[in-house]
Design a protein around this ligand. Structure first.
Ligand code: CTP
Length: 417
């Protein structure tokens, strides 16, 4: 399972806001991800944008008017409501939010939402004063109480010229929420997945650190993959330039010792730990309280002491342990040695000198080694897809059942290999 949106039906409600143009991008991203997108435009939206703009992207009919005899909804007014796996209203005006809060059904969109059993996401877009108005705030809260997910709005420059809270969130953020909502019943549901990422930083003084070239991309992608399969994903990350993934709990740390402490605090109820972080093996013996001044001498020696091996020290009775081996030579032998010496269930080995699978790239080419001597060569693919390949293996290794009785068990969906 590498693509949660594939073969899903998504209802995309678009209402009358200048942020309509962002809905085109969203429709495009959803379609590219393999979803069938049923767009419903309100009368207000049609003042800003045409049905043709959407149907050219989605290659599907767009619903505009329930009472139009050419519309699918005039024949079966709940057709979209029943078909969809999820409905997103983006952008959602104050007016549509008010109608939804009061259960009105005077157009194709509100009637569809009233009739659906699918989860609903609403991304408000409006003037900051309209959003802040008590009426809107109460409507938003009413929807939240009924289980609707409100995404945003973000703070920024608004169409009115005002800077405030009212901008529709960006497509990437919405995509995160959509996959999160769809993934709730995946094979990681009821599983706590702890992932580490980034290169730890070992402080020399308040302004200097010893670190490495890890970008954090691999660990972030694994956490996102776990989230998209319904997992409770926790990302323990050393400093990176990456944005916090939506729907993943992020714990920020700096040094190897910080990371060890944070991971130890998370693993009691965890099912699996994936150590994708590049942990510094050494730290300076002493960290100076003040910035170290340039001395008269031309040489400077820094003394290091060994950091603990975090994953080797974690218990393996209840926890599946997955490590990475970033190597520049003897990939296979080094990976197999680490698998045994660190007590791992699985290790993903990659050659960090390759241009398409190194630290900062979006792709990776790994080999997976397990305890039984199995070797799986995973071809070049996105780090997100590598994350799924790892989880495809992990789901058969869990020591105990999922925490949540309502979740779908690994065997119910277990055709991911
Ligand atoms: N690791 C860890 N704690 C450390 C060092 C590494 O938990 N102090 C984890 C890494 O996150 C990774 C695996 O161990 O999952 C292998 O890391 P790597 O840097 O490849 O190996 P090292 O054990 O550091 O060995 P070497 O640097 O000698 O290759």
């Amino acid at each position: 399972m590498t693509d949660i949106l594939k073969d899903k039906f998504i209802g995309l409600g678009v209402t009358g806001s200048i942020a309509c143009y962002k809905a085109i991008d969203l429709a495009s991203k959803l379609t590219q991800s393999g979803a069938s997108v049923d767009v419903i435009l309100t009368r207000g939206a049609r003042e800003f944008i045409t049905a043709l703009a959407f149907s050219s992207i989605t290659h599907r009919p767009v619903s505009e008017d329930m009472f139009d005899p050419k519309s699918e909804l005039s024949i079966d007014h709940v057709a979209v409501a029943e078909r969809v796996d999820l409905i997103v209203v983006a952008p959602a005006t104050a007016h549509t939010i008010a109608k939804l809060a009061h259960g009105l059904a005077d157009d194709a969109l509100t009637a569809t939402i009233l009739a659906t059993g699918a989860p609903v996401l609403v991304a408000p877009a409006m003037d900051a004063h309209m959003y802040g108005n008590l009426a809107t705030q109460e409507n938003v809260r009413t929807l939240q109480r009924r289980g609707v997910t409100i995404v945003g709005p973000a703070t920024g420059r608004l169409a009115s010229g005002l800077v405030g809270k009212g901008r529709m969130v960006e497509t990437a953020e919405l995509m995160g929420w959509i996959t999160l909502a769809l993934g709730k019943t995946g094979d990681m549901a009821g599983r706590k997945v702890v992932v580490s990422a980034g290169g730890t930083q070992e402080a020399i003084d308040p302004v200097r650190v010893v670190t490495n070239n890890s970008s954090g991309k691999m660990g972030y992608a694994i956490a996102e993959a776990a989230r998209d399969r319904g997992g409770d994903a926790v990302l323990v990350t050393a400093p990176t330039a990456l944005p916090d993934p939506i729907g993943v709990r992020v714990v920020k740390v700096q040094s190897a010792l910080d990371m060890q402490k944070a991971i130890t605090a998370e693993i009691d109820d965890a099912d699996v730990v994936v150590m994708a972080a590049a942990v510094s093996d050494w730290r300076p013996v002493e960290t100076a309280d003040q910035k170290i001044k340039k001395s008269a001498s031309n040489e400077w020696t820094l003394e290091f002491t060994k950091n603990p091996d975090i994953i080797a020290g974690l218990p393996s009775d209840k926890l599946v342990k997955v490590g990475f081996a970033a190597e520049t030579e003897d990939l296979i032998a080094n990976a197999q040695t680490k698998l045994v010496s660190k007590g791992l269930d699985l290790i993903a080995a990659n050659d960090v000198t390759a241009t398409d699978s190194g630290f900062a790239t979006d792709t990776n080419r790994v080999m997976l080694f397990d305890r039984e001597g199995g070797i799986e060569v995973v071809p070049l693919m996105s780090k997100y897809d590598v994350g799924h390949r790892i989880l495809d293996r992990v789901k058969h290794m869990f020591r105990q059942g999922p925490n949540d009785a309502t979740s779908v068990g690994e065997d119910a969906t277990g055709e991911g290999d």
